[in-house]
Design a protein around this ligand. Structure first.
Ligand code: SF4
Length: 458
């Protein structure tokens, strides 16, 4: 995942302050590391491990001067969770300073790294985002910005939404299939770019537009320009942005995440009804779909589980025994709502099934009579190569087991998933039913991935 943001502002205000506040709104997209780079004669950089509030202090914001700044929160898919992989990455060359923050994942990063190393580039991390920064810097030495970006689209395979500083110029680019979101807003004395519209709202900005796939926004000397670097017929926005990742108060490509999630719950209720006393949710990401399920089924919604929002990252529980306790620390049951009830429990998705199993057992221990799991997405049957941590089929419960086996493993009375058609119907009702990456649900990939079937060839 990762969250990225960039700000240009004139006047007396500091771009890094806006970036700081907008990063808070994107914290759900990554909690491993955070960083901000700004430009005033030179690039100024602060990054570190942890949440935005842990990494960036008020002294840092005073240091991060300048009219332009970019920021990043990280969730790792390529490269370890370590300081050297924290972003933004800064490269200095004959064109000056280039700082890059990236959301996505490159399928061919190893080949590109080898190519650059052969040319003499030296890397300080094992992140694919540094590959992007160094490649971009190299292209910028020979080409103008638009040609450099066009060249990038010819060699990069995978997902890449990017914000970059080229000295005091702010550039934002979305890959030709638009895997990851990126939108633009106006603030009182400039512009803001962010992964999600909730980050524009957070700084009281005015939403201007989502960048189209293959489009760049260039902000220089207070003016903004949008240019289509490549014309694209297809798009492949990650459908899991709507199912799980994005904040429900964001709107991506004209589709409200909240409305989409609620519609998924409604479609699920129509497809997979079951007699029960109450509908409930696995918090937080299952809540909106559960509200939709309850509305469509006319079965009351209750809270059966409460999430402790202050337990997040697994690295604060380094021992295996403690990690196993983590579900219990994160979620507890509301016994009086659960005891003696037949429950429909709605969750957004199931990856490995281990958390769902523990939750079902917790509800049984709290006295639930029946637990019917309803999943507001189709089964995840294939890995993601585009920025989500689902790397192998072996780890995916639905890739290896049928519905009956899944229900047995989870110890649920029944398990049903939303169908692919139901998912598309829900999204269509909210504005757009096509143009999504569905690869982890269909095993058909929108770009070539070694060993996998590509949608273009099928
Ligand atoms: S494979 Fe799945 S998680 Fe990955 S980008 Fe495509 S829809 Fe999103």
């Amino acid at each position: 995942m990762c969250g990225i943001t960039g700000v240009y502002c004139d006047g007396g205000s500091l771009a890094s302050n806006y970036v700081y506040y907008s990063l808070f709104s994107l914290q759900h997209r990554g909690q491993e590391s955070a960083g901000i780079a700004s430009f005033e004669k030179v690039v100024r950089l602060r990054k570190g491990m942890g949440l935005v509030s842990e990494v960036i202090k008020s002294d840092d914001l005073r240091y991060l001067r300048g009219k332009v700044a970019i920021g990043h929160v990280r969730y790792s898919t390529t490269g370890n969770s370590s300081l050297e992989n924290a972003q933004p990455f800064v490269v200095k060359s004959k064109v000056g300073y280039i700082a890059v923050a990236h959301n996505g994942n490159l399928v061919n990063h190893e080949n590109l790294r080898a190519y650059l190393e052969n040319l003499g580039n030296v890397f300080s991390s094992d992140s694919d985002s540094e590959v992007i920064a160094q490649l971009f810097s190299r292209y910028m030495m020979h080409l103008d910005l638009l040609d450099a970006l066009k060249k990038m689209t010819e060699v990069l395979i995978g997902s890449y939404s990017i914000v970059a500083l080229i000295n005091d110029k702010l550039v934002a680019f979305r890959d030709p299939l638009g895997f990851r979101p990126l939108c633009v807003g106006e603030i009182s004395d400039g512009y803001i770019i962010a992964s999600e519209s909730c980050a524009i709202d957070a700084v009281e900005g005015k939403f201007i537009k989502d960048l189209d796939p293959g489009e760049v926004a260039i902000i220089e000397n207070g003016d903004i320009e949008f240019v289509k670097v490549v014309e694209t017929k297809r798009r492949a926005t990650c459908v899991f942005e709507y199912i799980y990742f994005a904040r429900p108060d964001s709107v991506i490509d004209g589709v409200s995440v909240y409305a989409a999630r609620k519609a998924m719950g409604e479609e699920l209720a129509k497809e997979s009804p079951v007699y029960a006393d109450a509908v409930s949710a696995v918090p937080d990401s299952g809540i909106t779909a559960a509200i939709g399920y309850a509305a469509a089924s006319k079965i009351p919604y209750i809270e059966s589980l409460i999430k402790n929002r202050y337990v997040g990252r697994t690295f604060i529980m380094p021992k295996k025994e403690l990690r196993e306790l983590s579900v219990k620390l994160k979620i507890n049951t509301v016994r009086e709502n659960v005891f003696g009830k037949r429950l429909i429990l709605v969750d957004d998705s199931i990856v490995r099934g281990t958390t769902s199993r523990r939750i079902v057992q917790m509800l049984r221990n709290a006295g639930a009579l029946e637990i019917h799991l309803r999943i507001a997405s189709p089964p995840i049957v294939a890995p993601c190569y585009f920025g989500i941590d689902m790397k192998t089929r072996e780890e995916l419960i639905a890739a290896n087991h049928d519905l009956k086996e899944i229900a047995e493993f989870l110890t649920a009375d029944s398990v049903c998933y939303l169908s692919l058609d139901g998912l598309k119907r829900a999204l269509k009702r909210c504005g757009r039913g096509e143009g999504y990456c569905l690869a982890c649900l269909t095993s058909l990939y929108p770009v070539p991935v070694p060993g996998e079937k590509c949608i273009v060839d099928s």
